[in-house]
Design a protein around this ligand. Structure first.
Ligand code: ADE
Length: 332
């Protein structure tokens, strides 16, 4: 019952029937429509840990490649994660019009599992690239930061707070462009402002009624320690500005090679956050430092707004909007 596939994506195929009439047949995708390939990841990286694994898969008819998240139904029920699965599906169904969000194409199920058919991000996690290189220079940091910010702006405009932004949740596609993932802990703010079925060339429909979202969860969730905002720790409240705190932490990490707030355990990390206890490494670019100091501000109301971040000197010369997603990635 819980898994009724409201708003599931379908493909519409034009066919000619026995009388020579053109008919549009709605085709629902299922497990048998895909050839499954290599494993892209295993459950542990997901904060809410209900994902069994992520597999690369190819649509047998179109040969298009996807990443398919496989979720174990029994585990989800046993661990009481039904809510998170619904949130992930509802938020993804609301965020289908931007290149910076991993797109959900289809969902289906069999007796044992749920399947989320997603954009394949062949470049893997931004974190892996950063770890391999240690740090990014200013140009690379600006390139990735700009795409992350543009995506946050889109998510917020659609009434979604991600609440667990971090370099593990920033994937990269084959052109090294950002694709944000892992919306299981997101929060949907207001009812959808656009009709449930937006004009959508790929036939993904809404289904984002938001009816399975419980307000209470806003006060119980804690994301990944290093990126958690002070307002969540102090007031158990998150807001759009909480994503911008995490954004500040990410920009710091790209340039410094480590997050600003990190300690031996979660409690000590939280202490550092609420006391704004962090230091820039020697030689940290001064313009980036200025931006981060205006993002890592304890009072969320005093943090830079997205427009102010976009016009900050650190992003000077960046062309925002669609042009941002046509730029060639700088050499790492
Ligand atoms: N790992 C988790 N999600 C993924 C995706 N969409 N593409 C590639 N690897 C992933």
């Amino acid at each position: 019952e819980e898994w009724k596939d409201k708003g599931a994506a379908v493909e519409k195929r034009r066919e000619v029937d026995a009388n020579g009439n053109v008919v549009v047949r709605v085709v629902k995708r299922g497990v048998r429509d895909f050839n499954f390939g290599r494993t892209l990841g295993e459950g542990s990286y997901s904060t809410v840990s209900y994902v069994l694994f992520v597999l690369a898969a190819t649509d047998r008819t179109t040969l298009k490649e996807y990443a398919i998240k496989v979720l174990d139904k029994r585990h989800i029920i046993k661990e009481d994660k039904v809510k998170y699965v619904n949130i992930e599906k509802n938020t993804l169904n609301r965020l289908t019009q931007h290149p910076g969000v991993v797109r959900l194409y289809y969902t289906f199920q069999d007796e044992r599992s749920l399947y989320f058919v997603l954009d394949l991000a062949t470049g893997g996690e931004l974190l892996s690239t950063l770890k391999r290189l240690g740090t990014f220079d200013e140009e690379c940091s600006r390139y990735y930061a700009a795409q992350i910010l543009d995506t946050i702006e889109y998510m917020h405009s659609r009434g979604v707070i991600h609440r667990d932004l971090k370099p593990e949740n920033v994937l990269l596609d084959d052109k090294m462009r950002v694709k944000i993932t892992d919306f299981g802990t997101a929060k949907i703010l207001d009812p959808p402002r656009t009709p449930r079925h937006e004009g959508d060339p790929n036939g993904v429909s809404g289904g984002d009624t938001g009816d399975s979202i419980e307000e209470s969860r806003a006060n119980s969730f804690v994301g990944t320690a290093e990126y958690v905002s002070p307002e969540l720790l102090n007031d158990k409240a998150t807001c759009k500005a909480s994503d911008l705190w995490a954004f500040g932490c990410i920009v710091f990490q790209l340039l410094a090679g480590r997050p600003p707030f990190k300690a031996g355990n979660e409690y000590q990390t939280f202490q550092k956050i609420v006391n704004l206890e962090y230091e820039f490494p020697k030689g940290f670019p001064p313009v980036a430092k200025d931006l981060i100091q205006k993002l890592l501000v304890l009072d969320p109301a005093k943090r830079l707004k997205i427009d102010e971040i976009k016009s900050h000197e650190f992003f000077q010369g960046v062309e925002w909007g669609p042009a941002l997603w046509k730029r060639k990635a700088p050499r790492l």
